[in-house]
Design a protein around this ligand. Sequence first.
Ligand code: 16G
Length: 257
Amino acid sequence: MSSLVQPARPEPSARAKSNGGKSERVRRHVLQTIDAGLGPHDRLPTERELAEQLGVSRLTVQRVLDDLTTENRIYRIQGSGTFVRPTRIAKSMELTSFSEDMRSRRMAPGSLEISVTQEPAGANLAALLELSPGSPVVSIRRVRTADGAPICLERSQLPAELVPGLSAEDVSGSLYELLAERYGIQIDRADQTIRATVLDPDDASDLEVPAYSAAFEVDRLAVDHRGRPVEHAVSLYRADRYSYQLTVAVAKRHGTG
Ligand code: 16G
């Protein structure tokens, strides 16, 4: 997989900022070298080469490489060298569409194998979308790609009355942009459940991984700005390409500042 993109990058370490910018220069250089065309497991220049190229000490290079190792950008094998670590796409907990998520990582979002069908909601989905069981829902199935590589299999279901005339061509781009632009629906919040699963053979084949590979399943119930449930979606993300990133804070307790 050559088109991997970094998760939101951590701030350069305090060390990088504190030695007259040398570490920061080395860090930038190494990251640019990776971005400029090194793929996963490609070898980086040696510590000595980097030190010579950049006119800094080997110790400075070593420390920067230590930081980048901690940040999972690279890995080192004693006696062999330093290599680019294949990275996962780290999904933050902000509510974003797949397209926004990929663009923010400088990857081109896409969709393959699109199908759009319509059927009655049935009892379970009707309860989630606050419909009667016989009301029609539009089901969209898409293989979502990042720079052409399949990452995620998405099944979205929406009340048909909210999206009249929606066709497969319409959702080759962003569904959420289409909802906003054509149907005046802005997604405002979503309840999500994330669980671990494995991919059945058909889904695995669509995602170009062996049958029963690990995946994250994310169930989303998205609500629009008027408080209406507008989408129930099940997204299956390749576990080798995706991770979730959370910022957690200490709970505020009564009686403390
Ligand atoms: C995200 C949503 C999915 C939504 C899609 C729209 C999750 C778990 N799922 O993948 O429910 O349909 O974005 O993306 O975040 P689009 O606007 O690029 O089509």
